[in-house]
Design a binder for this molecule. Structure first.
Ligand code: NAD
Length: 500
């Protein structure tokens, strides 16, 4: 006889303890490939929970900032080792809550592992500068100092990687954390925090709050005792966060939307370009900030490219990401699916040629999930809405071009500037493109996705506000420079005056 088992309720982590939300409310987290499957219940946080988490982080900061960075690093190394041990379990849970295929979920956990090891290594560096003073018997140097409580608000598409990109550099630099992950993917953030606790992170240094954006995220972004906000998500919400940060002049890093492009020149290796466009366009169901949602193809190879690209898109196996033969999973939720469907209508109405897809998949194995067919629009013009706006789904617009110059104009002619790619065997064109593409990331003969954790990540224009994640750039964001002059001359020495 079947027994009804109450679903597990995952709690907030505040001041070293797993606690209910003050309101006692919780919400469901369901599998987007099979909405019958309840992944778990997660508590809904509100302002009073945020206050408790910030208080804990503020108190913990007093001690954590004074722990030597190499000692902080030991906790990060242990965290990375635990992540390695649990990679498979965490990847499966990620696929269940987010839908990306298992190989990609493993990659997401691996990115967190890479970032954690990398930032642990920084514990024995965190270099500043020493430089000669312009005055005799005077020493000059600059050191990095931590800032305080860092609020982190993250999206659902990289449920463990993105929180790790923010948490690890913040922690190694001596800051404490209040993390509010996306409401669709709290389990992966829960796992990350769990391993940090097992690795010995002191009480209050890391705090986790589940809940939605307006209820739990907004109070973090506005809190007076949170001097740093690191946000990744849509441009629309990024603008709200920037305004919430402005009155207190908070340090505010915004990583937002993208409308990325692959340019295919007439001398490109077409096999390679098609592989890249398929992976760039339909990997993670097109739900990557770096997804190649536009492909600009030189007219002399346009026909061949489009016919082969469409054949490949048609043959992609869509399904549950836990099935090893699946190549593309579902959209994250009903709202995202509706957005995709509405953009497909917009594309048809503005005269783009629907070459494949354009329909929801809802029968048989797809009946219980948010599945959509891989979709390609051809003969697009650069100013169509489907070629300008972020769709965040499995929809690729193909735009014919006559020249590299036109390709670069098309590439740069959108409000975003995250990632761009060119396929060519001509070294002059490749270098010209790397110079003239106004994006934070450029690839040559590789698709728009594939960031490595020790290089800066981020974008221009409405993708970002000038900061970068990952690499040393992340340390730059989570620290402030302090310049120190030590005068051992035993007399008053005036810079710019006594040495003139
Ligand atoms: P989203 O903007 O809807 O939500 C992001 C986070 O903000 C979530 O945690 C959400 O709860 C929170 N939030 C929503 N409203 C809020 C408010 N008023 N105040 C405070 N927090 C609030 O984005 P999403 O749908 O989760 O993610 C998809 C978007 O993220 C896409 O636009 C994608 O391009 C972008 N993204 C960008 C990068 C990058 O590095 N540039 C990386 C991944 C995703």
């Amino acid at each position: 006889m079947a027994t009804a088992v109450a679903p597990r309720v995952f709690k907030n982590f505040i001041n070293g303890e797993w606690v209910e939300s003050r309101s006692g409310k919780a919400y469901e987290n369901r599998n987007p490939a099979n909405t019958d499957e309840l992944v778990g219940m997660f508590v809904s946080s509100a302002e009073e929970d945020v206050d408790a988490a910030v208080d804990a982080a503020k108190e913990a900061y007093k001690k954590w900032r004074l722990v030597p960075a190499p000692k902080r690093a030991e906790i990060l190394f242990r965290t990375a080792e635990l992540l390695v041990q649990r990679k498979e379990q965490f990847a499966k849970d990620m696929t269940r809550e987010m839908g990306k295929v298992l190989a990609e979920a493993r990659g997401d956990v691996q990115e967190a592992i890479d970032m954690t090891y990398y930032m642990a290594g920084e514990g024995r560096r965190l270099f500043g500068q020493t430089t000669p003073s312009e005055l005799p018997n005077k020493f000059a140097m600059s050191v990095r100092q931590s800032i305080g409580v860092c609020g982190m608000i993250t999206p659902w598409n990289f449920p463990m990687a993105i929180p790790s990109w923010k948490m690890m550099p913040a922690l190694i630099s001596g800051n404490t954390i209040v993390l509010k992950p996306a409401e669709d993917t709290p389990l992966s953030a829960y796992h990350l925090v769990q391993v940090l606790t097992e690795a010995g992170i002191p009480r209050g240094v890391v705090n986790l709050l589940s809940g939605d954006g307006p209820g739990a995220g907004a109070p973090v972004s506005k809190h007076k005792d949170v001097p740093v906000i690191s946000f990744t998500g849509s441009t629309a919400v990024g603008r709200i966060i920037a305004m919430a940060c402005a009155p207190d002049f908070k340090h505010c890093s915004l990583e937002m939307g993208g409308k990325n492009i692959i340019i295919v020149m007439e001398d490109a290796n077409l096999d390679l370009a098609i592989d890249g466009a398929i992976w760039g366009g339909f990997g993670t169901t097109g739900q990557r900030c770096t997804a190649a949602s536009r492909v600009a193809v030189h007219k002399s190879v346009y026909k061949e490219f489009v016919s082969r690209f469409v054949d490949r898109a048609k043959s992609l196996k869509v399904g549950d990401g836990l099935d090893p033969s699946t190549e593309m999973g579902p959209c994250i939720n009903e709202q995202q699916l509706n957005t995709v469907m509405s953009y497909v209508e917009i594309g048809k109405n503005e005269g783009a040629k629907l070459l494949t897809g354009g329909n929801r998949l809802e029968s048989g194995p797809y009946a219980k999930g948010w599945f959509y067919a891989p979709t390609v629009f051809g003969d697009c013009t650069p100013n169509m809405r489907i070629a300008q706006e972020e769709i965040f789904g499995p929809v690729v617009t193909v735009i014919p071009i006559d020249s590299l110059e036109q390709g670069l104009d098309v590439a740069n002619g959108v409000p975003y500037g995250l990632s761009a790619s060119i396929y060519t065997r001509n070294v002059n064109r490749a270098f010209q493109a790397t110079r003239d593409l106004y994006t934070g990331i450029v690839y040559v003969n590789a698709p728009t996705i594939g960031a490595e954790t020790h290089l800066p990540f981020g974008g221009t224009k409405q993708t970002g506000n000038g900061h970068r994640e990952a690499a040393i750039a992340a340390i730059d964001f989570f620290t402030e420079w302090k310049t120190i002059y030590i005068d051992y001359s035993d007399k008053l020495q005036r810079a710019q005056i006594d040495n003139a």
